[in-house]
Design a protein. Structure first.
Length: 392
């Protein structure tokens, strides 16, 4: 990887970190101040980010095709600006319908500026060297929750939820936007080593959709993302329900980010020895045990810490595994379109998770939610063992 490519990758890594903090983790980070100051219920509030993630899921194949055609850089820059504007407007809403409408537009920004578009862009620019670039981006972006939760707690308490959202809008404008633009410029200075930028041939994606491997991978990553999104969205209510004081709950929730980075470092150091199939089975097992730790963790701080370690490590590795396993199992040809189609499953699961989690907590408390997250992880573990029969 050239010097310009390397600089571009690290800049995109910073942009992804700030982007995830301000567009995705923001809701979980300020949920307590939102509930106190908005006057809306948890389920009503959670429907906002649910709509954003549904929008992101629906747009994933479309943005993938745009990356294949050479518009990845425009998406990364333009969507970062759109996200900042939407967050600024979100801080001023007074009615629930406008809360929902702005989250839908935020879903456009998420689809065009976060991991799926970034990874497809890197794959198109760097070819086989994209693995190194993707790992570097996810190493840094693993700190997104570590940035978001303390920032959300501090600004929410000092400024209220409206002031907190405005601060996140400033992060998006001052950090995500310039680093995305500069990162794209540096990467475009070097020689492009991916495949040709052409329109996706008719029927190419349809052929992939006929493969059972595609649907197994979609279900596997969908279940894991549903599990994780429910747990990180309601991390503070879950941890306080398990007996952690508010300050300790914020600390434990913030620990998930560094643990993501730790998991990615292990994969990076293992290199080719970290085969995709065993890694997939390992992270599904780790997320299953994380939910068990929360179920058994009432009044036991050490079990809550174990949850953060297992959940963070596993989901951190999952972020690397998805694009790599997609390319390995389904090929690099038409990667943007294929990856975008596959991403619809985890994005849709992540979209439904906040609203479903709120309903589960309302119906049976935190314990019911945790049983559901455990079941999702165990089913994913079963799929991972089925994939082994396919040579993965």
């Amino acid at each position: 990887m050239s010097r310009d490519d390397s600089i571009g990758v690290w800049l995109l890594a910073v942009g992804q970190t700030a982007g995830f903090a301000s567009l995705v983790y923001i809701f979980g980070a300020i949920i307590l101040s939102l509930e106190d100051g908005s006057g809306w219920s948890r389920a009503e509030l959670a429907l906002g980010p649910t709509l954003a993630l549904l929008t992101q899921a629906g747009l994933a194949p479309f943005t993938g095709r745009l990356v294949d055609k050479g518009y990845g850089g425009a998406l990364l820059g333009g969507a970062a600006a759109l996200g900042a504007l939407c967050l600024a407007a979100l801080s001023r809403v007074e009615v629930l319908w406008l809360w929902y409408a702005l989250w839908i537009v935020i879903g456009f920004a998420q689809a065009a500026s976060l991991y799926e578009t970034c990874f497809s862009f890197l794959t198109r620019r760097l070819g086989r060297e994209a693995r190194t670039g993707i790992i570097r981006v996810t190493l840094v972006a693993g700190f997104a929750s570590t940035v978001a939760f303390p920032l959300g707690a501090l600004t929410g308490e000092a400024l209220g939820w409206r002031g907190a959202v405005l601060v996140f809008a400033a992060v998006q404008l001052a950090v995500t936007l310039p680093t995305n633009i500069l990162g794209v410029r540096f990467l475009r200075r070097g020689e492009r080593r991916g495949g040709p930028m052409v329109a996706t041939p008719p029927g190419a994606v349809r052929a992939v959709l006929k493969r059972p491997d595609f649907w197994a991978l979609a279900a596997f990553f969908g279940l894991l993302m549903g599990n994780h999104t429910m747990l990180f969205t309601f991390a503070l209510p879950i941890l306080t329900d398990r007996g952690a004081p508010h300050g300790l709950a914020v600390l434990i929730a913030s620990t998930v980010g560094p643990m993501q980075v730790a998991g990615r470092i292990v994969v990076m150091l293992a290199g080719a020895r970290a085969r995709s199939g065993p890694v997939a089975r390992g992270i599904a097992l780790g997320m299953s045990l994380a939910s068990v730790a929360l179920l058994a963790g009432t009044g036991q701080v050490w079990l809550l810490v174990i949850y953060a370690v297992l959940q963070g490590t596993s989901i951190g590795i999952q972020s690397i595994l998805r694009p790599l396993l997609t390319a390995e199992a389904l090929g690099q040809e038409n990667f943007g379109a294929v990856s975008g189609s596959l991403a619809m499953a985890p994005l849709t699961a992540g979209a439904a998770a906040p609203f479903l989690g709120a309903l589960l907590i309302g119906a049976g408390g935190v314990t019911l939610l945790l049983w559901v997250t455990l079941l999702a992880a165990l089913v994913a573990l079963g799929i991972a063992f089925w994939l082994r029969t396919r040579g993965i």
